[in-house]
Design a protein around this ligand. Structure first.
Ligand SMILES: [Fe+2]
Length: 161
């Protein structure tokens, strides 16, 4: 595996942006699997709706690359690959009656990771004063926050909590 040396804050920001792109691609794949694995129609819909948003988020990231004059590319995102693998393994060993709970829980993990990733991207872009790129990253982050709230509410409802 080739190692990228990141010497400056700009190098780091570019790398974070590249990993964010992989994160969203992984998220899109995971949401498709979760929609398939969930039992309830409304939960499936929650996942497919956020998959549509995730396509917009990828387009927003492509725009951020342009605005920051960074050549568009991806970098490895082992965290999101891991979250996806864990969900897949859990779904495979779970009784159908528990599928809604398992898929909501797995999706929550993904959304919270994404929220953290955007927070870490937003702050340096804010410091740069790149307002257009900042608005796009904030829009993505807002969708992750909103989705995580929806997942959490549905999980509470499911469990009667
Ligand atoms: Fe996302």
């Amino acid at each position: 595996m080739s190692q990228t040396h990141l010497e400056t804050p700009e190098d780091l920001l570019r790398f974070q942006l590249r990993t964010a792109m992989t994160m969203e691609e992984d998220s899109l794949a995971a949401l498709g699997e979760l929609a398939e694995a969930a039992k309830s129609a409304d939960i499936k819909k929650l996942f497919t709706h956020h998959a549509e948003e995730t396509r917009e988020q990828i387009a927003n990231l492509q725009q951020v690359f342009k605005l920051l004059e960074v050549p568009e590319s991806t970098a490895a995102s082992p965290s999101t690959k891991g979250i996806g693998k864990q969900a897949e393994a859990l779904i495979a060993r779970t009784a159908p009656e528990l599928r809604d709970q398992v898929t909501l829980s797995a999706a929550l993990g993904n959304e919270h990771y994404e929220m953290a990733a955007y927070e870490a991207l937003i702050l340096p872009v804010q410091v740069l004063g790149a307002t257009d790129a900042l608005a796009l990253l904030k829009a993505n982050a807002e969708q992750e926050i909103h989705t995580s709230q929806e997942l959490s509410n549905r999980l509470k409802q499911l469990l009667g909590a």
